[in-house]
Design a protein around this ligand. Structure first.
Ligand code: GLP
Length: 252
C-alpha cells in the first residue's frame, strides 16, 4: 500500500517538479513517507521545488508538542527530504485570529496554483482531514470539533483521552475536493467499514470520505484487510489488472 502510494506521489513530482502537494498525518501514511524518504536518498527524488499544505492541526497545541502534526511532519518527512522551509504550510493551531488564518490558508493554496495531489487517510467514522460526520461537503478550512470516536482513537498517542485536544483546524471537504488528484489510503480491518461506506455507500455528509465519489480523479489504495468487506472488490482488482495491461500496451 505504502509503495503504491509513494510511486503515485513520485510520479506526480517527477512530471511536475513544482507540484503542490496536500499532505496527511496519522499512522497510515507513515510507510508512504518512509518510502519517499528512501526514494529521495537512493533514487534522487527531488522535492526542492515542491510546495506542501497539510490537511489539519490540533487547536491550541503547541507546534513543538510531540503529538502536534507539525512535529509529526518534520520528524517523518520534512527533516528527511529536501523541501525548502518556506514551501511548507501547516495550519497554525496557535493562531490568534482563527477565522482570518483559515481564510488566508485557503488563499495561499489558491495563490500556489491549487493542490495538484492531496493525500488522505480516513478515520473510522469515515472522516477525511478532521471533517467529522455532519461536516458540509462544501466546507472550507475552519475550526472543527472532534467526534468522540476520533478523540478515543487518538488517545493512544496522547497517553489518555483527557490529553487529546477537542478542536482542530482542518481543510474542508470543499477544499479537498478542489485538488486535481486525490489519493486516499487505508489499512487494517478497523478501516474496512469506513472504506466500504465511502466507496460503496451513499454520498453523505455523515461519511465525509463518500464525497470522493464525486471527484474526477481519485485513487483509493487499500490493503487486503481494509478492502475485505467491499462488495465489488474482485471487480476493482480486475480493473487494476486491465489498467496495467493497457498502460503496458500504450506505454504510459
Ligand atoms: C486523524 C487525521 C486524519 C487521519 C486519521 C486516521 O483523525 N486528522 O487525517 O486520516 O486520523 O489516522 P490513522 O492513519 O492513524 O488511522
Amino acid at each position: 500500500m505504502s509503495r503504491t502510494a509513494a510511486l503515485i506521489i513520485a510520479k506526480q513530482v517527477r512530471s511536475k517538479p513544482a507540484s503542490v502537494l496536500g499532505l496527511a498525518t496519522g499512522s497510515t501514511p507513515l510507510g508512504t513517507y518512509k518510502e519517499l524518504v528512501r526514494m529521495h536518498a537512493k533514487e534522487g527524488l527531488d522535492f526542492s521545488e515542491v510546495r506542501t499544505f497539510n490537511l489539519d492541526e490540533y487547536f491550541r497545541l503547541n507546534p513543538s508538542h510531540p503529538q502536534s502534526y507539525h512535529t509529526f511532519m518534520f520528524e517523518n518527512l520534512f527533516n528527511r527530504m529536501n523541501l525548502k522551509p518556506g514551501n511548507i504550510a501547516i495550519p497554525d493551531g496557535m493562531a490568534e485570529n482563527v477565522e482570518g488564518f483559515c481564510m488566508d490558508y485557503e488563499l495561499r493554496i489558491r495563490l500556489a496554483g491549487g493542490l495538484d495531489l492531496q493525500l488522505l487517510g480516513i478515520g473510522r467514522d469515515g472522516h477525511i482531514g478532521f471533517n467529522e460526520p455532519g461536516s458540509s461537503l462544501g466546507s472550507r478550512t475552519r475550526l472543527k470539533t472532534l467526534a468522540e470516536e476520533t478523540v478515543r482513537d487518538n488517545a493512544r498517542f496522547f497517553g489518555g483521552k483527557k490529553e487529546v485536544p477537542r478542536l482542530a483546524i482542518t481543510m474542508g471537504v470543499g477544499t479537498i475536493m478542489e485538488a486535481r488528484k486525490l489519493v486516499m489510503l487505508a489499512s487494517g480491518v478497523g478501516k474496512a467499514d469506513a472504506v466500504k461506506r465511502s466507496i460503496e455507500g451513499p454520498i453523505t455528509a455523515q461519511v465525509t470520505a463518500s464525497a470522493l465519489q464525486l471527484h474526477p480523479s481519485v485513487t483509493v489504495v487499500v490493503d487486503e484487510e481494509a478492502a475485505s468487506t467491499l462488495r465489488h472488490r474482485r471487480y476493482y482488482a480486475y480493473v487494476e489488472k486491465m489498467a496495467e495491461e493497457y498502460e503496458a500496451e500504450v506505454g504510459i
